[in-house]
Design a protein around this ligand. Structure first.
Ligand SMILES: [Mg+2]
Length: 365
C-alpha cells in the first residue's frame, strides 16, 4: 500500500465563549483554526490528521505542505507508522524539535495511524493495546474570563450539564475563589495559568490553590522549559504540564527532574500518536499520570479518545468549553454527555470532515 495523494486543508471556524477572548493567545481568540491533513492510498483508504494551528495556522500549513508532504508522497506504508515518523523527525530535526515542524509531523502521523487501523478494519485503540475503558470522564476546560461573575456563570453551567470536573485558565486568586464558590465542594477544579507566573509568584499562589483544593496547577512558570523551578513548585503542589513539550525525550527530562505530577502530551503537537504512546510508556514506568491536552475538535480530539481507551489510572479528557459555529466532524463529534465521552469504535480514528462545514469555513480552496 502506497501513498497516492496528500492534501493539506485549512479551515477557520468561529466560536463563542461568552468572554472577551483576551488573555492566552497573542491576539483575540475567537475561532478554531484547523490544519487538516488528508492522505489517500493507492488502495483507496483515506486517513485524516490534524496539526496544531491556533495562531500559527498559515505557518503550520506551509510546513505541512512544503516540508513534510514531499517526504511522504509515493511512499510505501509500513504496517504502522513509527518508522516513517522517525524518518520525518530525522530529516527535519534541524528546523526545531519543538514547534511548527513537530506540529506538522504530528498531523501526518495521525493520518497514517488512521490508515493503518482502517487497513486492519479496527478502531485505532485496538492497535495500541488492551482497552481498559469504553468511555472517559471529561472536564470542562473554560477559557480565561478574568471576571468572577463570568467564571461563576460558566462553572454553574458546566455543573448543571453534569460535568464533575472543570479547568480554569484564570491567574487571579479572586476569580479562582469565585469558581470554587460556584462549583461547591464536589466538583474537581484544576487551574491552568499557561506559564503566566514567575517562580516567585507561583510560590506565592500555592496557598490559594490549596484553599480552593485544586487538583493541579498547570504550567505555573515561564518559560515552560524551566523544569528546575517547575520541579520546585511540584514539590509543594501537584503540577501538570507538557502541552509545550514535544517528543518522549522532552517528557523524560521533565519527569526525571520531578517537574510534573501530571504529564500532558498534546497529540497534535507532541509528534502524533507515535510520540504520545512513547510518553505514556515512559510516564507509566516512572509512576507519573498522563492527563492529555486536547482543547480542539478535529482528528486530534478523536485520536486522543483512542489513546485514553488504554491509559491506566484515572485520566480525564479535556473538552474546550466553547460553542463553535459548526461541528467539523461528519456525523458529529462525540461530545460529553453528563460529563462523559464515549470512545469511538469504528475503524481507524473515526474522523472525516463534514463537506458542508468545510465548504463554508475552508480557506484557499
Ligand atoms: Mg494548558
Amino acid at each position: 500500500m502506497k501513498i497516492a495523494a496528500i492534501e493539506v486543508i485549512e479551515a477557520v471556524v468561529p466560536f463563542d465563549d461568552g468572554g472577551s477572548g483576551i488573555g492566552i493567545t497573542p491576539g483575540r481568540w475567537d475561532s478554531l483554526e484547523f490544519v487538516l491533513v488528508r492522505v489517500e492510498t493507492d488502495t483507496g483508504l483515506i486517513g485524516w490528521g490534524e496539526c496544531f494551528a491556533y495562531s500559527c495556522r498559515a505557518a503550520v500549513a506551509t510546513a505541512a505542505r512544503t516540508m513534510v508532504a514531499p517526504l511522504l508522497e509515493g511512499r510505501e506504508l509500513p504496517a504502522t507508522p513509527e518508522p516513517l515518523n522517525l524518518e520525518l523527525q530525522k530529516r527535519l530535526h534541524i528546523f526545531g524539535r519543538y514547534g511548527i515542524a513537530m506540529f506538522a509531523i504530528s498531523g501526518f502521523d495521525i493520518a497514517l495511524w488512521d490508515i493503518a487501523a482502517q487497513a486492519q478494519g479496527k478502531p485505532l485503540h485496538a492497535l495500541l493495546g488492551p482497552q481498559v475503558r469504553n468511555e472517559v470522564s471529561a472536564y470542562a476546560s473554560l477559557v480565561r474570563y478574568g471576571d468572577p461573575a463570568l467564571v461563576k456563570k460558566y462553572c454553574s453551567d458546566a455543573k448543571a450539564l453534569g460535568y464533575r470536573f472543570v479547568k480554569l485558565h484564570e491567574i487571579e486568586p479572586a476569580v479562582m475563589r469565585a469558581a470554587r464558590e460556584a462549583c461547591g465542594p464536589e466538583i474537581g477544579i484544576s487551574v491552568d495559568v499557561n506559564c503566566a507566573w514567575s517562580p516567585d509568584v507561583a510560590r506565592e499562589r500555592i496557598p490559594v490553590l490549596q484553599e480552593i483544593d485544586a487538583m493541579w496547577i498547570e504550567e505555573p512558570v515561564f518559560p515552560p522549559e524551566d523544569i528546575f523551578n517547575q520541579a520546585a513548585i511540584n514539590r509543594e503542589f501537584p503540577v501538570g504540564a507538557g502541552e509545550n513539550a514535544c517528543t518522549r525525550y522532552e517528557f523524560a527530562r521533565m519527569i526525571d527532574a520531578g517537574a510534573v505530577r501530571f504529564a500532558q502530551p498534546s497529540v497534535i503537537k507532541v509528534g502524533g500518536i507515535t510520540e504520545f504512546v512513547g510518553v505514556c510508556a515512559y510516564a507509566a514506568a516512572k509512576g507519573v499520570a498522563v492527563m492529555p491536552h486536547t482543547p480542539y475538535f478535529g482528528p486530534g480530539y478523536f485520536a486522543t479518545l483512542h489513546l485514553l481507551a488504554g491509559l491506566r489510572g484515572e485520566p480525564l479528557f479535556e473538552h474546550l468549553y466553547i460553542r463553535p459555529a459548526a461541528d467539523i466532524a461528519l456525523g458529529g463529534t462525540p461530545l460529553p454527555v453528563q460529563g462523559t465521552v464515549p470512545i469511538p469504535s469504528s475503524p481507524g480514528v473515526g474522523f472525516a470532515p463534514d463537506p458542508a462545514v468545510l465548504a463554508r469555513f475552508r480557506l484557499n480552496a
